[in-house]
Design a protein around this ligand. Structure first.
Ligand SMILES: [Zn+2]
Length: 262
């Protein structure tokens, strides 16, 4: 047994005691986590068996996260049974077919600990992000009405964590969170991206919008001289009030239907 497994088992024993015997997996939420994995994988944000999505459980103190091991067959084929209930230290609270939490589960757990408002986290490895971050291509606002959500991400700016290594320790995650600051997004140079949202739907859509923004900037860099949209447009865009109560639900429904057909 590795040191990590030994530590997680000890934490799980302690956590089970404090949670009591009534720990239940929320089936509806597990389905949503699995769906988010499949959507992002079909869009190319996940590669093979790497990357993960999680959602904070209704109890607020645990998370449902894409597991590793067991009979898993990659992110694109994720089933609700591939989702593990765990505490924020990455210790599984239910034994489901030998599934473990991913080595980078601490990314999710530390975000939930620090941000009480966070309900969903995506850690993906989009090629567009890996290439733009390694090539030093900034994510500029090169479109407006084509995708206002993507434009807003570009205007807010996207922090970049410099290390390309996977984040296995809480210390590494804390370093990354320092860089991330107040943003919902952090690019990990040569590695991928971390996106937090109030809900799993919001985190998923934001990750997609970021991927679109990076993909467009990558293509623009290959064309050579695509300017950013004029400052006048940016000023007018920023002076617009965001429609109150607008949510990601219609886009989530779009991707839910799209996933069924793809
Ligand atoms: Zn990773």
């Amino acid at each position: 047994m590795s040191r990590r497994e030994f530590r997680l088992k000890a934490v799980a024993r302690k956590t089970k005691k404090s949670f009591g015997q009534s720990i239940k997996v929320d089936g509806t939420l597990a389905k949503k986590v699995a769906l988010s994995c499949r959507i992002l994988a079909k869009l190319g944000l996940f590669k093979e068996t790497t990357g993960h999505v999680s959602a904070r459980s209704l109890d607020g103190r645990t998370m449902l996260i894409r597991g590793r091991g067991g009979s898993e067959t990659g992110l694109i084929f994720t089933r609700p049974n591939d989702i593990v209930l765990s505490d924020f230290d990455g210790a599984p609270l239910k034994n489901r077919g030998g599934l473990k939490t991913p080595n980078e589960a601490c990314i999710h757990g530390e975000i939930y600990k620090r941000r009480p408002e966070a309900g969903g986290v995506v850690h993906a490895h989009p090629a567009s992000i890996v290439l733009t971050s390694m090539a030093g291509i900034p994510l500029r606002p090169i479109f407006g009405g084509y995708d206002p959500q993507g434009m807003r991400i570009a205007l807010r700016g996207v922090p970049m964590y410099e290390s390309s290594l996977t984040l296995h320790s809480v210390e590494q995650v804390h370093e990354m969170l320092e860089v991330m600051g107040e943003s919902d997004i952090c690019v990990l140079r040569g590695h991928g991206v971390v996106v937090a949202g109030k809900t799993i739907e919001e985190a998923t859509i934001k990750a997609i919008k970021l991927d679109h923004l990076a993909e467009m900037n990558l293509r623009a860099a290959m064309l050579g001289s695509v300017p950013s949209v004029p400052q006048e447009d940016i000023d007018r865009f920023l002076s617009r009030r965001q429609a109150p109560g607008r949510t990601q639900e219609p886009l989530w429904r779009f991707y839910e239907e799209w996933e069924k057909r793809n």
